[in-house]
Design a protein around this ligand. Sequence first.
Ligand code: HEC
Ligand code: HEC
Ligand code: HEC
Ligand code: HEC
Ligand code: HEC
Length: 220
Amino acid sequence: MSSQLFTSKHNTLARLTLLLFVAGAAGFLGFMDMLHRSPYVRYTKVRREQPIPFSHKHHTSLGIDCRYCHTSVETSSFANIPPTQTCMNCHNVMWNDSPMLEKVRESYANDESIEWTRVHDLPDFVYFNHSIHVANGIGCSTCHGRVDQMPLMWREKPLFMKWCLECHRDPSQFVRPDDKIFDMAFDPKSQSQEERDALVESYGIDTSNQRLTNCSICHR
Ligand code: HEC
Ligand code: HEC
Ligand code: HEC
Ligand code: HEC
Ligand code: HEC
């Protein structure tokens, strides 16, 4: 009896439905993967809302150096975000009644840090270190873009693994002299390959045996 219930026609239909379902699921996963890797989901080149509309463009045009606020970028793996005290060095006297700075004054008065939205955030299983890059001739703008032109901060690069590897395979494409690290307008490609090779040599960047693309360099 039961075999009569499922005629061969039904069987074909069932198989077809199953096939479509599987293909659909694979397609859906593929789509989700694409989405995960797409620049949009990574907020690449998307201005991020911040609790206070802090403008890098505005502040760097005043001639304030990156290191005035990001004091640990040359000495530590982490580039710090400045405490409210740093803002108040100027804003207790300058523009001290601006409504845009209300939250800065509040934070200072209540001794509570400002909750900035993180713009760059690598997964925990990746090790990154600022001081090593800065000491080896890689400028801020190579990884962060023209920060001096950003009214609100955005992420210039999606920070995929292949992006790290592209440079680790051949850092000579991106090195610059020591005195240009904080120069946002400097373009490493304006130097000849010979000049860049000489820089790689003088920094002592070691690319032997594909050392810099070894998994354990970044996944420790
Ligand atoms: C007056 C202080 C100040 C100066 C000067 C300054 N910054 Fe910042 N920076 C901040 C603050 C505050 C934030 C957090 C809010 C934001 O993302 O805009 C920040 C965030 C950043 C971020 C993103 C951090 C994240 O969340 O991933 C980068 C990258 C950055 N700054 C680079 C630079 C560079 C490069 C320079 C020099 C050209 C510079 N900054 C100069 C205060 C400063
Ligand atoms: C070295 C001095 C200095 C420091 C440090 C500084 N600022 Fe400013 N900031 C200024 C000046 C000057 C202006 C006004 C510039 C103009 O409009 O011409 C300004 C403007 C602003 C404005 C716009 C205010 C308005 O009403 O238009 C905001 C918001 C702001 N700053 C936030 C911050 C925050 C947040 C910090 C700390 C991370 C900070 N600033 C650190 C000097 C400074
Ligand atoms: C080789 C690429 C590279 C260079 C060069 C670089 N950064 Fe970054 N920066 C990153 C990455 C990647 C992150 C995210 C780190 C994380 O999530 O752990 C980051 C994060 C930051 C942050 C957020 C705090 C942190 O450490 O996570 C600030 C601020 C920052 N960078 C400022 C700077 C400044 C200023 C310079 C120039 C002196 C600079 N960076 C040079 C790649 C770079
Ligand atoms: C534009 C070039 C460039 C980019 C992009 C870059 N790096 Fe590097 N990285 C270097 C250079 C140059 C060195 C120094 C190599 C040396 O000292 O021999 C280095 C060194 C390192 C080191 C230390 C290696 C050691 O000797 O222990 C780590 C960890 C690292 N990078 C992680 C990363 C990660 C993670 C990313 C991506 C988020 C990244 N880097 C992106 C150029 C780059
Ligand atoms: C120069 C630094 C660097 C090196 C070397 C490196 N990785 Fe990664 N890896 C990263 C970063 C950064 C991410 C995070 C990428 C992201 O968020 O999309 C990552 C992510 C991954 C992931 C998670 C899946 C993905 O693609 O996001 C795997 C798996 C992985 N790496 C394996 C490896 C293996 C295996 C090697 C050695 C052949 C290696 N990595 C070498 C930086 C590196």
